[in-house]
Design a protein. Structure first.
Length: 366
C-alpha cells in the first residue's frame, strides 16, 4: 500500500510538472514580440535578390533535353528568370523586389531597381520564357511550385500602384495567363494531392494560385481550386504534425493544408474541419519547436530555415480572424525570429531563396 502511494505521488508530480512547463512555455510564447519589416530590414533583405537575380551560375536548370540543341545557357533559355540558382527562385527573387519597392518607396536604389525589373521582365524576354513552356519536352516545367510563385509575382505587381509596375504587369501577362491556364488544365487530372514538404506540395501551389485568382477575380481558377481543395482535403483527419519536419522540408504539409482550407472554406466550415484535422491548434499551449539547421552550406539541410518561415505564414493565415486561434501568432513570431538573423550573410545555398521566404513571412504579420 505504501509502495502504491509512492507511485501515485511520483506520477502526480510528473504530470503537474509537465503541465507547469507547458504553462511557462505558453507564457513565454505569448510574450514574443512581433518581428518587423521596416526600412532597415527591407534594405538588408533586398541585397539577396539584387545579387542573385543576375547571377547565372551556379544553376540548376531542371529541364528535359530533347536533343543537343537544347543544351543552352540558363540566360538563353530563360532571359528573365535565369538567376538565383533555379527558375522558381529567380521568379520569387523578382517578387521580393516588387514587394519591397511597393512597401518602401524610400528603399535604397529605388529607381534603379525599378528599371532593372523593367529590363528583366520585358515583352521580348517573356515571349522567350513562354516558348520554353510550349516546347515538346517541358510543358510541366516547375509544376506547381514555380507556377505558384509566378502568380504571386503577378498578384504583387497588380497591388503596386506605380506606372512602371503596370507596364511590367502587362509585359508579364502572357506568361501569367499561360500559367493560370496550366492550373486549370492540370488540376482535374491530379487524382491525389502531393503531401510532401518540398516543391511539389499541392496545398502550397493551390494557396498561392487562389490568392492570385481572388486578386484579379479569375472566377474559373477560383472555382477549380476550391473544388479540388475540397476533393483532396475535406475528409482529412488527424494530421501527424508531430512527424514534422522532415530532414529536407521547407514546407509543413499539415500547416500548408490547413492554411489552404482556411482560404476556401467559410469560417464555420473551417472551425469544424480544423477540429478534426488539427484539433491541438485550438489549445493555447500548442507548441512546435522551430526547425534546426545543422549546416547552412548544405543546400538541402538549409531548407529547415525555410520551414520556419513557411510555418509562420501558415500559422498566421490559420489564425486570421479567428479568436480561438490567435495564440498561433506568437508561435509564428518565434519561428521567424529563429531563422531571420541567418538569412543575410550565410552561403548562397540559402541566400538565393530565403529572403523571399522571410519577406513573405514578415508580410503575413498583422
Amino acid at each position: 500500500m505504501i509502495l502504491q502511494n509512492i507511485v501515485i505521488v511520483i506520477i502526480t508530480s510528473f504530470l503537474f510538472g509537465c503541465n507547469q512547463q507547458n504553462k511557462v512555455k505558453n507564457t513565454v510564447d505569448t510574450a514574443v514580440k512581433s518581428p518587423i519589416l521596416n526600412l532597415t530590414e527591407a534594405n538588408r533583405l533586398a541585397q539577396l535578390p539584387l545579387h542573385c537575380m543576375e547571377t547565372e551560375y551556379p544553376n540548376r536548370l531542371g529541364q528535359t533535353l530533347g536533343s543537343e540543341a537544347d543544351l543552352l545557357s540558363p540566360k538563353t533559355l530563360h532571359p528573365t528568370f535565369y538567376g538565383c540558382f533555379d527558375w522558381h527562385s529567380a521568379v520569387h527573387g523578382h517578387w521580393s523586389l516588387v514587394s519591397l519597392l511597393r512597401q518602401f518607396p524610400e528603399i535604397e536604389s529605388y529607381e534603379e531597381i525599378k528599371l532593372q525589373l523593367l529590363q528583366s521582365i520585358s515583352k521580348e524576354n517573356i515571349l522567350k520564357e513562354i516558348s520554353y513552356f510550349e516546347g515538346p519536352h517541358n510543358a510541366s516545367f516547375e509544376r506547381t511550385y514555380g507556377w505558384a510563385w509566378l502568380l504571386k509575382l503577378a498578384e504583387e505587381l497588380r497591388a503596386w500602384n506605380d506606372p512602371i509596375a503596370s507596364e511590367i504587369e502587362q509585359n508579364l501577362q502572357p506568361l501569367t495567363d499561360l500559367i493560370a491556364s496550366k492550373y486549370i488544365d492540370f488540376l482535374p487530372k491530379l487524382n491525389y494531392p502531393i503531401r510532401v514538404g518540398e516543391h511539389p506540395n499541392t496545398a502550397f501551389g493551390l494557396s498561392f494560385a487562389w490568392d492570385y485568382a481572388l486578386s484579379v477575380n479569375h472566377t474559373e481558377l477560383q472555382s477549380i481550386i476550391k473544388d479540388r481543395a475540397k476533393d483532396f482535403y475535406a475528409a482529412d483527419k488527424g494530421c501527424p504534425i508531430e512527424w514534422e519536419p522532415g530532414g529536407y522540408d521547407f514546407l509543413s504539409p499539415c500547416l500548408e493544408e490547413a492554411a489552404l482550407m482556411k482560404r476556401v472554406l467559410t469560417a464555420q466550415e473551417f472551425s469544424i474541419w480544423i477540429d478534426g484535422f488539427l484539433p491541438q491548434l485550438k489549445n493555447s499551449n500548442f507548441y512546435i519547436e522551430p526547425g534546426i539547421v545543422s549546416d547552412r552550406n548544405d543546400g538541402k539541410l538549409v531548407h529547415l530555415d525555410g520551414v520556419n518561415f513557411s510555418r509562420a505564414w501558415s500559422l498566421n493565415a490559420i489564425a486570421k480572424n479567428s479568436k480561438d486561434l490567435k495564440h498561433l501568432n506568437a508561435l509564428a513570431n518565434r519561428h521567424i525570429k529563429h531563422s531571420l538573423p541567418s538569412v543575410v550573410g550565410d552561403s548562397y545555398e540559402g541566400g538565393h531563396w530565403l529572403a523571399s521566404f522571410a519577406i513573405y513571412a514578415l508580410n503575413s504579420i498583422e
